[in-house]
Design a binder for this molecule. Sequence first.
Ligand SMILES: Cc1cc2nc3c(=O)[nH]c(=O)nc-3n(C[C@H](O)[C@H](O)[C@H](O)COP(=O)(O)O)c2cc1C
Length: 166
Amino acid sequence: MDTQTLFKISHGLYIIGAAEPNGRLIGSCIDSVMVVEANPPQIIVSLGKISYTAEQILKTKYFFLSVLGKENPYPLIERFGFHSSRKIDKWKDIPHTLINGLPALTNAVAGMEGHVLETKETKTHTVFLCSVEKLFPGTMGEPITYGEYQNYIQSKIKQRKENTHD
Ligand SMILES: Cc1cc2nc3c(=O)[nH]c(=O)nc-3n(C[C@H](O)[C@H](O)[C@H](O)COP(=O)(O)O)c2cc1C
């Protein structure tokens, strides 16, 4: 099966911020978010079982979702999407505010506090059904799409290949 076809399903990119029970801030870059219904607002989030963020949210049940904008999100995607909070402090030097002890990006398109209602285990992921406790209007314009991120990555790979041929 060509899993590339899955990338044709359009969605956004997010930083899911959470805290360990002792308060240490953690988080991850995710794309698997879906609005289930608007009134009352409920969302579904899918996190890999190996993700430290998933492990901790299973314990604390709360997180803050920041919606990434089109304006240079790549350093954030790199920091939150390719490293684990098991090893680094991802929020160090990243402008953020604390909402009920949860880290929210200062510069985001929008934000919301989520509370886990139910979970379902799949082979590799935990799917979280969550209520949205509070919504926050953001400070930035348009949300980046997963497709735009894929195009950016493909152009970087092409650029690198061209440079190695020089
Ligand atoms: C663009 C992008 C999208 C991602 N989407 C998800 C996702 O939807 N769910 C997930 O669990 N991990 C996703 N990841 C992977 C996590 O961000 C990555 O495994 C991270 O290192 C987990 O960190 P943690 O161990 O601190 O939780 C994505 C990564 C990138 C770069």
